[in-house]
Design a protein around this ligand. Structure first.
Ligand code: WTA
Length: 646
């Protein structure tokens, strides 16, 4: 890349090959964003063209109504690159965690056959258009096959992160009323086999799930319910290798993905067939500059939106190869990820700042022998990347050659909405850059006025939004309205992120203004954690905050008011167990403090901000508004005692 006045630009060589290299695209999109998206949509395959591109009855909106589409037709037989051209090329490279196990490569043709076989099998098991299918699977090709098989027959997939606890699985199956679940016997993580089937058995209790399909992956022993359980390999074995695509309306549901809610009940975000397909295809093509020969490794798990859009749908719609890896990137050696990049000739690497900080900590010396000659583009997602991690990534992985797209988006947006385009730039460390063409992002102050450069405010998205923006919270329009469309009226999408623009208009994300925290890039709410802690019978109330962490970005810390006879050590362990049971190991707290009281306002609101400042050592500000300022001093002592110990 070329550096000029603190900004980075792509080289002429990169620009020459890029799909877009002229800023004209921004002007064109700005003139008429609806027309712009329509033009993009026209390049995909529709059974029937839409009647109206964008309709708005705030807060509800639709894109491409009247149009009919199936995302899998656009991946397979109607792929934009031509089916004959792509059918023999690798669609998926799967890298298992055990080093001695061989990679598995699935060509587009092979993938298509397996998708159709499973789709046929699902139909035989009674899955119909519109039914919800739970998918609780690790990073294996069968996860993609399951998602696509659902999409093929118009069923709605509900992927649940495989490291979520049985209880977290249960609530997601309950709120989406799934009838069937696809899971596996087990999978490898850091050399151990995780028994996923036993979690699934526990998770389906008190749900509508009648049938469970089980992939044989790790060969571990599992409990078997002969009435409910079906081995995947047995049900697909004799199925036909083709099935006609279900003709879907643009606004029919494609999938539901839950994101952490504040009360312990997740928000089930609804994504639809038409708009999502358009956005997944085009953001991949223009932001990652997907070319037919590209091999992408997006490290996100399928259980998160990044895994949905950029490990599955976007690369496949673009006819390129997606690499997926089962295990931990630093297992069994710290630079396993570098070996994977090199061995498989990955050209685009998309990961999270938390991984980059971890690689950095292991030391750049480990990377000296890796030239990463095939890499041509890097991406970052999920949390703000600070300048030093950006520069480390740029130098040691991108070898100062590859542009870095720092991409801002959310589970709700379905696809990337803000990042500079790689063939245009400019790139600035710690800034996500410019909104994608056709996306109107603004930064507003409390009163709804546009913030001048350098002034922090709330990031919002204005109509016509983007075709991939979610359409609602499943069966909960009130929460949808309240969470996203009430701060500045029903026409403004409230992102819950604080941000500012620099004088060039480049956007920098500060972080969440709600109770979501990003732990190693995973989005969880402190409210959900508090609900888990409060389920302890002798804990009357609690406050959870996120504190800065060198590697994970943020980690949770728990303050709990305990009235009981047990020892502090015992209670702390029970709190950790509660969180593990309710959510899973990703949310484990760094510390649990048992306290007598929590700082509160006179109206009884817990002042989490004050607690957080005790860790960041910021000025506590005026405490006189608190009903019980004396408790702050006591908590401070506890924290300091803890710090001295460590
Ligand atoms: C944060 C992940 C800074 C942000 C795709 C957002 C980011 C939340 C970035 C959504 C980025 C995402 N820079 N912050 N490039 N990308 N975020 O739903 O706070 O898991 O609101 O979707 O992650 O998290 P989610």
């Amino acid at each position: 890349m070329i550096k000029k006045d603190g900004l980075y630009y792509p080289t002429e060589e990169f620009k020459k090959k890029a799909w877009v290299s002229s800023p004209e695209i921004y002007k064109e999109a700005k003139k008429n964003p609806i027309k712009f998206w329509e033009k993009l949509a026209e390049e995909l395959f529709w059974f029937k063209k839409w009647k109206k591109a964008f309709q708005h009855a705030p807060p509800f909106f639709e894109w491409f109504s009247g149009g009919q589409i199936n995302i899998t037709s656009n991946i397979f037989e109607k792929n934009k690159l031509g089916w004959e051209k792509i059918k023999e090329k690798p669609a998926i490279i799967w890298v298992p965690e055990p080093v001695e196990e061989q990679e598995r490569i699935l060509s587009y043709e092979n993938l298509f056959k397996q998708v159709c076989q499973l789709a046929n099998a699902l139909k035989k098991l009674g899955v119909k258009r519109g039914d919800r299918v739970g998918i609780y699977l690790p990073m294996i090709p069968e996860t993609i096959i399951s998602m696509l098989a659902c999409a093929r027959i118009g069923a709605v997939h509900v992927v649940v992160f495989s490291a979520f606890s049985p209880q977290a699985l249960r609530i997601r199956l309950q709120i989406t009323e799934a009838k069937i679940l696809i899971t596996a016997d087990g999978y490898y993580r850091r050399g151990k086999i995780i028994n996923l089937k036993s979690n699934a058995d526990e998770g389906i209790k008190e749900t509508n799930v009648e049938k469970v399909i089980v992939v044989k992956r790790a060969g571990n022993e599992v409990n078997w319910d002969f009435e409910k359980n079906y081995w995947w390999h047995e049900i697909v074995e004799n199925e036909a290798e083709f099935i006609e695509p279900e003709i879907m309306e643009a606004e029919d549901l494609l999938f539901i993905l839950a994101t952490s809610g504040s009360t312990g009940i997740p928000k089930a975000c609804v994504h639809v067939c038409g708009g999502y397909t358009i956005q997944a295809y085009w953001t991949g093509r223009l932001i990652f500059d997907f070319h037919p020969e590209d091999i992408l490794w997006c490290t996100s798990d399928f259980g998160w939106i990044t895994g949905h859009t950029y490990a599955c749908y976007s690369p496949l719609l673009n006819g390129i190869t997606t690499l997926i890896y089962e295990g931990a990137p630093d297992w069994p050696i710290p630079e396993r990820w570098a070996q994977i990049l090199e061995k498989n000739k990955v050209t685009i690497f998309y990961t999270a700042p938390t991984a980059i900080r971890m690689f950095e900590k292991y030391g750049a010396e480990l990377l000296e022998i890796y030239k990463f000659e095939n890499l041509r583009l890097l991406g970052s997602v999920g949390e703000p990347i600070d300048e030093s991690a950006w520069l480390w990534y740029f130098k040691n992985v991108g070898k100062e050659r590859c542009p870095i797209v720092d991409t801002w988006w959310q589970t709700e947006t379905g696809g990337i909405l803000i990042t500079s385009l790689p063939g245009i730039g400019p790139f600035k460390p710690a800034f996500v850059g410019l909104p994608f063409p056709g996306v109107r992002a603004e930064i507003l102050d409390e009163k709804g006025r546009i913030c001048p450069p350098e002034k922090e405010g709330n990031l919002v998205i204005l109509p016509p939004f983007a075709p991939g923006l979610f359409r609602g919270i499943y069966k909960d329009p009130e929460k949808y309205l309240k969470t996203y469309w009430s701060q500045y009226g029903k026409k403004v999408y409230f992102t819950s992120d604080a941000a500012y623009r620099d004088k060039n208009g480049l956007i920098r994300i500060i972080g969440r203004v709600d109770d979501a925290i990003k732990v190693a890039g995973h989005r969880i709410t402190t409210g959900e954690l508090e609900a888990a802690v409060n389920s302890h019978p002798e804990i009357t109330e609690s406050a959870v905050i996120g504190i800065p962490d060198e590697i994970k970005g943020e980690v949770p810390v728990v303050f709990a008011v305990y009235h009981g006879q047990k020892s502090a050590e015992e209670v702390k362990k029970e709190v950790v167990d509660k969180i593990n049971q309710t959510i899973g190991p990703i949310a484990l707290p760094k510390e649990v403090y048992l306290v007598e009281d929590l700082p509160k306002t006179r109206s009884g609101k817990i002042m989490r901000r004050v607690l957080r400042k005790l860790f960041t050592r910021e000025d506590l500000g005026d405490l006189s508004t608190l009903a019980n300022p004396e408790c702050v001093e006591k908590i401070k002592e506890k924290i300091q005692k803890g710090l001295r110990k460590s």
